[in-house]
Write a protein that binds this ligand. Structure first.
Ligand code: ZN
Length: 144
């Protein structure tokens, strides 16, 4: 099966150890995600590409229990939709990113728990291409 990233320059992939691609401002040194044309904090154009740590800690989260309203790029229907977690993940001292969580069971999530980046299927296009996105899950979940 062909797999493609849902967008270029969001994460390093294919890779056994993917990383999110953030930005570091050349003027104020703010680290932000995703990489954009200018610094969201001070507006200086052309921030440097800056790879973010693979592991972080869970700051807060919620659970998406129903199919998001249109427009929604996922391929689920109300019949195939499965709830997923959405969290704010603190990566080092630098930046906090919003991401899907591979774990949707609130009883298995906790403030400050260590999470690791994973690249997961987001949807399958009509030609069979699997579109991949990033998510955070408990450390070690993808091993073995
Ligand atoms: Zn800046």
């Amino acid at each position: 099966m062909t797999q493609v990233a849902f967008a270029p320059d969001v994460f390093t992939w294919p890779s056994g150890e993917p990383q999110l691609i953030g930005a570091r401002c050349t003027a104020c040194a703010a680290v932000t995600f995703p990489l954009g044309p200018s610094c969201p904090r001070c507006g200086t154009p052309g921030p440097e590409r800056h790879l973010l740590p693979r592991r972080g800690t869970l700051w807060t989260w919620t659970t998406q229990d129903f199919l998001p309203k249109e427009p929604y790029a996922g391929g689920e229907t109300p019949e195939t939709f499965r709830p997923y977690g959405v969290g704010l993940v603190q990566l080092g001292d630098e930046v906090r990113v919003e991401a899907r969580l591979t774990e949707a069971d609130p009883s298995r999530l906790d403030f400050g728990m260590e999470l690791e980046l994973a690249i997961v299927p987001f949807r399958v296009d009509e030609d069979g291409t699997e579109v991949m996105t990033y998510a955070f899950g408990p450390v070690g979940e993808g091993e073995g």
